[in-house]
Each structure stands twice: as C-alpha cells, then as structure tokens.
Design a protein around this ligand. Structure first.
Ligand SMILES: [Zn+2]
Length: 113
C-alpha cells in the first residue's frame, strides 16, 4: 500500500502499490490523478544526466580552473605583486570563466532540445 495526500482535502488516502491514473478521494469525493509523478521523476533525472554531457563537463571544468586560478592569484597576491599581479589576478580567471560559461550554456541549450 501507498499512502498519499488528497490534493483537495489533504486527507490520507491508501492506494495499492503500482497503481496510477485517476481516482476519487474517499473523503471529499474529488478526483485526482496519481502515478504520473513516478513516471516523470526518472525522466527528469535522465534529462539532467543528459545535460551533464561531455561539453558541459568540459565547460564546468574550465570554470573550475578559472575559480582555482582566481583563488591561486588571491593567495599568492598577499606579498603585493604590483600592478601587473593585480591585473592578472582579475583578468586571467575572468577570461577563463568567460570561455567556460558559454561552453556550459551552449552545451545546455544543445542538450535541451
Ligand atoms: Zn479529498
């Protein structure tokens, strides 16, 4: 048995395992559908797995490198590296992320269809 809540009166309703379709609530008499959610969830999971395709992983990896580079510059910048160091600390990670983000977005859009 599965116990669900009526979407209308929020009372508990017992249903047989594996059933799906339209039911009438025994408490308030309103109809509701059950079972579709269980079918939708794995599909969404599969789709999210598809989103994490090769292109997206590469894009995320590039973004991660950008963030790590930024943190690296931030750590080694403590000694006061001068203007070039500040410039590089800002521009290099931003440049890497600027490359990575479009790759993620494009991969996402391609996989979205
Ligand atoms: Zn009800």
């Amino acid at each position: 048995m599965v116990v669900i809540q009526c979407p209308h009166c929020e009372q508990d309703i017992e249903l047989e395992d594996g059933v799906s379709g339209l039911f009438d609530c025994p408490h308030c008499g309103n109809g509701f559908s059950f079972g579709d959610n269980e079918l939708v969830a794995p599909n969404l999971f599969d789709r999210s797995q598809l989103f994490m395709s090769r292109g997206m992983k590469i894009g995320l990896a590039i973004n991660a490198i950008g963030v790590i580079t930024f943190m690296g510059f931030a750590i080694f910048e403590d000694g006061g590296g001068g203007s070039w160091g500040n410039y590089a600390a800002a521009v290099v990670p931003c440049g890497i992320v600027a490359i990575g983000i479009p790759i993620v977005v494009i991969s996402f859009l391609i996989r979205g269809y």
